[in-house]
Design a protein around this ligand. Structure first.
Ligand SMILES: Nc1ncnc2c1ncn2[C@@H]1O[C@H](COP(=O)(O)OP(=O)(O)OP(=O)(O)O)[C@@H](O)[C@H]1O
Ligand SMILES: [Mg+2]
Length: 499
């Protein structure tokens, strides 16, 4: 409030100064003063000279008149004769006339000069008087402006005083707060709206996510448009056809998928789970299938990705990730791989990782119905017990046994060889390429391979079949033979024995 008052006074000073500004720099009238001064001096000088001149002429006249008197006395005394008297008298009288005329002329000229001087004099005075009047008028305006400003200031002060009255103060504070809240509200609403646009339309997944099936409203819109044209999206993958586990585990994992689907449909939270086991056994693959088969979206991230952020920004990144996931109305499986980087025993974690862990625990503490947390690790023994407690379901995903390996071989033979079709252009003609399996690749060969690959993971079996496919394409008849099959298996087995 103090600041507000100061600001108002300051503004008043600025306004009042600018209001009186045009009147303070009044133009003075030095020209008129100068002219009058100059004219007065000239007039006085001329008057003095004229006076002197007149006195001289008056003296001359007096002398001429004296001469006439003396001449008359001389004639009376008989000193001069009548004729001479008349002649001298005429000369003197002529001089008197001339002098008188000179005086008259001089007086007329003097009057004219005086007239001119007086005229100029008068104009000068007029200017001076007008100038003074103008000055007076402007001074009055300045005074009026100042008075008006004073009145305004008084008004503002009175308004302020009124605002500060106890009964009005509450109103002022309420309206002021409401106004400020409005401005702040508009700002945050805009931020939220922009974030909504960013998440739902601009398809921007947070930096932590490296793979996701949640592409914002745009994806839904695309599905909606496709549906209008009777183009239906591919059906969700069948669990049995995609992933292979030992029967009991498979049953358990299948149940989780079906119950997740029901819970999700009924708007209930799906319990978070921890998957642990050796690398390449299908933990990530299962999380993806869980999402797809239960009608959820998924987003994959890895805890070691947190380290790509500057310290301080990593915590924000965790919050950004959860904020983003919460926007996904269909529900989303948030999968954190390599969670041991985050959930290791606290005494082994640096300050920075402890801060990150706290942010993670804070966001996973309350069950948000649309987010399913699935974390995975190869090193469960490294995890902090408090962290482990967070996950009601802890599922061990072990390496596949011989039966599962056999099924994995069958699954990937189908995917990479039997179902492999490719069209290429040869001599400007489309040629279909189809891989086949030679009759010497028998079930017994597959069982044998399954037995040979003890200790290898699902990922490695998939890699073997991928290698076999490549070798097939290098042959002329595009066929997978027993020779290629066993060679690839042996190569992988020998390679793995070195580790
Ligand atoms: N049990 C399985 N059934 C079918 N395919 C599997 C299985 N395990 C692994 N695979 C294949 O191997 C690939 C890699 O598996 P995945 O990434 O799920 O392993 P992971 O357990 O998450 O490994 P890591 O611990 O290294 O992250 C999968 O995409 C899948 O094609
Ligand atoms: Mg994984």
């Amino acid at each position: 409030m103090k600041r507000l008052l100061l600001l108002i006074f300051f503004l008043n000073i600025v306004v009042s100064t600018s209001a009186t500004q045009p009147f303070t720099n009044l133009p003075s009238t030095p020209d008129a003063h100068e002219t009058i001064k100059h004219l007065t001096e000239t007039r006085n000088k001329l008057a003095a000279e004229s006076e002197r001149w007149h006195q001289q002429r008056e003296t001359s006249l007096k002398q001429l008149e004296d001469q006439l008197t003396i001449l008359s006395q001389q004639k009376d005394r008989g000193t001069i004769g009548e004729a001479e008297y008349q002649q001298q008298k005429a000369t003197i009288e002529a001089k008197i006339v001339t002098t008188r005329e000179e005086i008259k002329r001089a007086m007329r000229t003097g009057e004219k000069i005086d007239d001119v001087i007086l005229h100029v004099f008068g104009t000068g005075w007029d200017t001076l008087i007008n100038g003074q009047q103008e000055q007076e008028r402007r001074k009055t305006l300045v005074a009026q402006a100042a008075v008006t400003q004073d009145i305004k200031n008084e008004g503002e002060l009175a308004r302020l005083r009124m605002m500060l009255e106890p009964e009005n103060l509450t109103k002022v504070v309420t309206y002021g707060t409401l106004g400020a809240a409005g401005v702040v509200g508009v700002y945050y609403l805009w931020k939220l709206f922009y974030r909504y646009l960013e998440i739902n339309w601009l398809e921007k997944a947070p930096a932590l996510v490296h793979e996701t099936s949640f592409q914002g409203r745009y994806a839904d819109f695309k599905e909606y448009v496709l549906a209008l044209f009777n183009i239906t999206p591919p059906p969700p993958p069948s669990f049995d056809e995609e992933i292979i586990f030992e029967p009991k585990l498979e049953e358990k994992l299948k149940t989780i998928v079906t119950s997740a689907k029901i819970l999700h449909e009924r708007g209930l939270p799906i319990p978070s789970m921890l998957l642990y086991g050796p690398p390449g056994t299908g933990k990530t693959w299962y999380a993806k299938l869980l999402a797809k088969a239960s009608g959820l979206r998924y987003a994959l991230t890895s805890a070691d990705r947190f380290s790509q952020f500057e310290e301080g920004k990593d915590v924000q990144a965790v919050h950004d990730l959860f904020d983003w996931a919460e926007q996904c109305k269909e529900g989303i499986v948030l999968f954190f791989d390599e969670i041991d980087a985050l959930g290791a025993h606290r005494d082994k974690l640096s300050e920075r990782w402890i801060r990150l862990l706290n942010a993670f625990l804070a966001r996973t503490g309350t069950n948000v119905p649309n987010i399913v947390i699935v974390v995975a690790t190869n090193r469960i023994q490294a995890l902090d017990p408090a962290f482990l407690n967070r996950f009601p379901q802890k599922i061990n995903i072990p390496l596949p046994g011989p039966k599962e390996r056999e099924r994995l071989f069958a699954l990937y033979l189908k995917k990479y060889i039997i179902n492999e079709k490719r069209t290429i252009m040869r001599n400007n003609q489309e040629v279909a390429l189809q891989l086949t399996i030679a009759p010497d690749v028998t079930d017994a060969i597959i069982t044998q391979a399954a037995n040979r690959t003890n200790g290898l993971s699902g990922r490695q079996i998939e890699q073997m079949l991928n290698e076999m496919r490549k070798r097939c394409y290098l042959t002329d008849n595009l066929q997978l033979t027993k020779a290629i099959f066993t060679d690839v298996v042996e190569q992988m087995v020998t390679q793995e024995q070195h580790f």
